[in-house]
Design a protein around this ligand. Structure first.
Ligand code: FNR
Length: 369
């Protein structure tokens, strides 16, 4: 962590008592300043959605088939690429808040474990350096670039072109966070380096004047025309992140999205939203299996992954746990956290009698309580 000495440094080795992502979360607080800890953990409003992202998983039970043949693997194909497991690291801004190596540490861990990595527009290491770090370790995992549209379309275009030339294989257009209040005051050394020289929209409301609606900030929020523009601009696959309703999902596919990420931004934007696991089946019905669906929000255990897949997700994204593992032990921590989750996933699949991801269906689920 940059610019502060009041908290513990990252551990040089993984202690044996770190056995779950919850263990990492418990440990992480001591390795972060109070401000950064709050920034990572917080949800919007009364944090109803943040809590729901966990409790929605707890309401779903599992129905195992006995004595099944367990020859299989967690491998999946997604957008023409093999993934070792149905798991990618979510786009997370400013990872140098959690560890001085930031995104370099997490992308190296992802590469070591063949796990897809999504670099944020707001990464604290440039998108080019992230790609080089992955590529220099041998076969890079699927690397995607998450795009926050910039108020000036020329700047959005520059970001897309830079991602294409750096070797990113897909663009993830996040559509649910343009009006999210600015987060933390960044400490020295942590910046949105990809956006150097580009003006950032800010909320500048004064009493008696316009607050949000009708302001330049609202004008810069993405609309359907932006998705149409992006589709014409790049030949890379486009994923739209932050849709929850079937009608919007179907329209996004009609407009050329190649995959969707059903997400409520980890409960950080509009409080009161249901959890993506509650909605993914209706999104799947509305899009009739035309594109793969990914899901994030509250994934913390192997059984969470199994439940998301059984409800129709092709893969899931891991958010906050990456920041926790980075803070606790940098690259080794993130690699270990991915390994722990994959171990739990394989154990859950074996216990359920489903040795391949495509065998996980809603028949393996039951409502609890
Ligand atoms: C995020 N998220 C996010 N999403 C995105 O599209 N671009 C971004 O830059 C960020 N930045 C970011 C920072 C931090 C600290 C958090 C916690 C989250 C949202 C993220 O990609 C993902 O949707 C959620 O984190 C998933 O929920 P969990 O796994 O954190 O519960």
């Amino acid at each position: 962590m940059v610019g502060d000495v009041t908290h513990l440094p990252p551990l040089p080795a993984i202690p044996p008592d770190l056995r779950t992502l919850a263990d990492y979360e418990r440990r992480a607080q001591a390795h972060l300043t109070p401000e950064v800890w709050r920034h990572i953990q917080e949800g919007s409003g009364a944090e109803i959605t943040l809590a729901e992202n966990r409790t929605a998983f707890a309401r779903i039970g599992l129905l195992p088939r006995a004595l099944a043949d367990l020859d299989g693997s967690t491998e999946i194909e997604l957008l023409g690429r093999r993934h070792a497991a149905p798991l990618l690291l979510a786009p997370l801004a400013y990872q140098r808040l959690a560890h001085c190596d930031g995104e370099l540490a997490s992308v190296r861990a992802a590469t070591a474990l063949g796990t897809g990595f999504i670099a944020s527009t707001l990464s604290s290491v440039s998108l080019e350096e992230i790609a080089v770090a992955a590529q220099s370790l041998g076969t890079p995992p699927p690397l995607w670039f998450q795009l926050y549209l910039q108020p000036d379309r020329e700047h959005s275009l520059q970001l897309v072109r830079r991602a294409e030339s750096a070797g990113y294989e897909a663009i993830v257009l996040t559509v649910d966070a343009a009006l999210k209040p600015a987060g933390i005051a960044l400490p020295p050394g942590v910046e949105a380096v990809n956006l150097a020289g580009m003006p950032r929209p800010r909320q500048t409301a004064v009493p008696g004047g316009r607050i949000l609606l009708g302001t330049p900030l609202a004008a810069a929020a993405p609309g359907w025309h932006d998705l149409a523009w992006l589709r014409k601009t790049t030949t890379l696959p486009i994923l739209v992140k932050g849709l929850l309703l079937g009608e919007d999902a179907a329209r996004a596919v009609d407009e050329g999205a190649d995959a969707l990420i059903v997400s409520n931004h980890g409960g950080r934007v509009l409080d009161g939203l249901p959890s993506p696991v509650e909605l993914i089946q209706s999104v799947a019905e509305a899009t009739s299996a035309r594109v793969p669906l990914l899901l994030d929000g509250g994934i913390r255990t192997g059984t969470d992954v199994v439940k998301a897949l059984a409800l129709g997700a092709s893969a899931v994204l891991l958010g906050r746990p990456v920041m926790h593992a980075l803070a606790v032990a940098g690259m080794a921590g993130v690699a270990h956290a991915i390994h722990l989750l994959r171990t739990e996933l394989e154990a859950a699949m074996a216990q359920l009698g489903c040795p391949r991801c495509d065998l996980l269906t809603a028949e393996r689920l039951v409502r609890l309580g």
